[in-house]
Ligand binder design. Structure first.
Ligand code: UDP
Ligand code: MN
Length: 335
């Protein structure tokens, strides 16, 4: 109960406090979004309240050239999984593990057994200089097998980063294309944390780099050295892709790995090296041959102030996480 001037004052006070509180919330939220500088991606709390991603500005479902942009829990991903469910498709993961990177291998394999293309034929092609470290072989589900391909120990991280394309090109050409339909190249320093299903299957699939997702093209670390075969001119290119996870039909992957290893070789002959190594050449290739399936950063994620919050984290990069927190050297359990 109130009357006269007291009632008016109290009401004014109430309205004033609501306004101040709302203003404060907007200010704090604005600051948070500005800090991660990816305004198009909602905060995780908003995401879980809204349920699965739906078409819209926050979750684009298509690239400008009409390829699907994949969020695993969206309706279109469910349709894509249904489409593939009745085909007996043979898929594979190609994993390079040389030197100290061998210690990542078991974690990648055991999490792939929990989350990667369950109910499909999966072959793990493990290229390693220490085949004995896989002894005893990890227990695999039915229709899943592991093939070890011994490779020579190669000194130097740079050298290895640039050798992978050539190794893959010869392995796909000699063997993989005869044995499976799809091959995905994956960095060993990663783990699957949630389902990765048939929604990823495309003729040519590439994954958006989380740090540059939603950023202006200007910030992409495309190769800027005019002398490099990986050079990307201003105005070229759509997205910046990660080299940690990409794949597709064997024929497409054979073309990609052959073309990229040729670009790398041409640079090496002239003593040129692209700044982001393999990733630079991959991005160059994907400018000319756009992927037919683009995976959102759900499929390449690590905890960093620059990475967007995503509805579901599916593939987690332990190595890049360690780099972003400054823990490198392969001495700790995680890194
Ligand atoms: N790699 C390896 N041994 C090495 C360096 C690299 O086996 O000494 C392989 C491994 O599969 C690794 C990939 O090459 O995940 C790419 O290297 P890295 O993950 O260090 O590159 P980044 O993700 O930091 O670009
Ligand atoms: Mn990596």
């Amino acid at each position: 109960m109130c009357a006269g001037v007291y009632c008016g004052n109290r009401r004014q006070l109430l309205v004033l406090s609501v306004c101040v509180l709302t203003g404060l919330i907007y200010f704090l939220r604005g600051k948070r979004l500005a800090a991660v500088s990816i305004p198009s991606v909602p905060l995780l709390s908003d995401v879980s309240r809204r349920g699965p991603p739906v078409e819209g500005e926050e979750f684009p479902m298509k690239t400008p050239w009409g390829a699907p942009l994949v969020w695993g829990d969206s309706e279109s991903s469910a349709w894509r999984r249904d489409e593939f469910a009745h085909h007996s498709i043979r898929t594979s993961l190609a994993i390079l593990a040389v030197g100290k990177y061998n210690h990542f291998l078991r974690r990648l394999l055991s999490t792939a057994e929990l989350h990667f293309l369950l109910n499909f034929y999966v072959t793990y092609y493990v290229l390693t200089d220490r085949p004995k470290e896989l002894d005893p072989l990890p227990k695999l589900g039915s229709n899943r097998e592991l093939k070890v391909i011994p490779v020579a120990e190669m000194p130097g991280w740079d050298t290895l980063g640039l050798r992978r394309m050539a190794l893959l090109a010869s392995l796909i050409g000699d063997r993989i294309h005869l044995e499976v339909d799809y091959v995905f190249c994956i960095d060993v320093d990663q783990e699957f944390t949630n389902a990765v299903g048939a929604e990823i299957l495309g003729k040519l699939t590439a994954t958006l780099h989380p740090v540059f997702y939603g950023q202006q093209r200007y910030y992409y670390p495309y190769e800027k050295d005019l002398d490099s075969m990986a050079y990307i001119a201003e105005g070229e290119g759509d997205y910046y892709y990660t080299s940690e996870f990409y794949g597709g039909l064997c024929s497409e992957m054979l073309a990609l790995t052959r073309a990229c290893s040729l670009l790398i070789l041409q640079d090496q002959e002239r003593g040129v090296k692209a700044q982001e190594l393999e990733e630079s050449y991959l991005n160059r290739y994907l400018v000319n041959r756009r992927p037919t399936c683009v995976l959102s950063p759900e499929y390449s994620w690590w905890d960093s102030p620059q990475a967007p919050e995503v509805p579901t984290q599916r593939l987690h990069s332990i190595g890049r996480q360690c780099l972003s927190t400054g823990k490198t050297g392969g001495n700790t359990d995680a890194c």
